[in-house]
Design a binder for this molecule. Sequence first.
Ligand code: SF4
Length: 418
Amino acid sequence: MKTADKLKILADAAKYDASCSSSGSSRKAAPDGIGNAATSGICHSWAADGRCVSLLKILMSNECLYDCSYCLNRRSNTVQRATFTPEEVADLTINFYLRNYIEGLFLSSAVYASPDKTMADMVDVCRLLRNKHKFNGYIHLKVIPGAAKELVQQAGFLADRMSVNIELPSEASLQRLAPQKSRQGILTPMKQIGEDFTGFQLERKKSRNAPNFCPGGQTTQMIIGASAESDLQILNLTEKLYSKMSLKRVYYSAYIAVNDEPLLPALLTAPPLIREHRLYQADWLLRFYKYQSHEILSPAFPNLDERLDPKAAWALRNFDFFPIDINKASYEELLRIPGVGVTSARRIVTTRRIAAIREQDLKKIGLVLKRARFFMTINGKYLGDRSLSHHHLVSAMCKVEPPVAKKLLHGGRQLRLF
Ligand code: SF4
């Protein structure tokens, strides 16, 4: 089969993987090499369903030994199959790079022959790119669970970012929908990458000659809606992955039905995009707003409210906490006000060091007053409407939801770029 035909099959087969969006790496071009990696993300593009698919995003192979129920490439499906050689992937990457089509590579694979053989071929692609072609650009490599520890470590010395897909939020769902995979098999390489990442970072602080291991850190992807776990279970798992495995990002991928499979939700059901969106917002609260998963959800409220962003939902459930006076509140308290982001909270803290903030300063600070006014006072003055019942307050907050969420809620579809 010609390389171009393989590319068609294997680029299409890779489109369901959401676990890349930005590089997390920053590196200048070497004098005798080509390419560089930028922290702010490599050229992004968008798939037809609106999802970010940056880089040359391909599979090494779709000839899978496994039979995961939710996957188009599973062994039992009749689809066109292809496998690249390491040389083909390296040549394609370089050729695309030189034509300015891409700035890096996102390489994943189905498991062909064995996890070790698959991983070894992917490591060979990186070696060819780094050593033969002197490619200094961004490489994101998927790790194949079950591959030898040595191969995972070699990959870490060559790739900028790695990811092991957790796939489903519980062991029981893995057993049911991806019986050849296990939670332990997935967590083992994740733990190894996390430990090596931390270990080599420490080494590099002592000596600049210490090897750089996976400088962009690791990410993972979870499929949402293919199994019955609640958002609370998903967020609890996410929290553990961030704290125990040093993950940089958890990506949530709304389940897209590609197989007519009795174990899965019906084929015609639309992907749960609003749920995916709310989980990203809750994830943001965990990472940047110092929330804990048990604050966002609880056994009494195990799922995110689709009508409201999780921060507004928390504020409405904890209305006793408000109103907060923005000239007196701590930075952490400011972050709890819907409509106050990290940037505006920082600006409030800096500005009020010089003089108390006045109502007319709020716009300049970047505060979204149409949401924040219900939860704050300024020099003792409440800017909301005290006559509103809780029910009307919820409606008022739903009305000021950003357009993306409104569109997802009412149209049920993600916005398209073109
Ligand atoms: S391992 Fe499972 S998810 Fe991955 S390609 Fe094979 S069947 Fe698909």
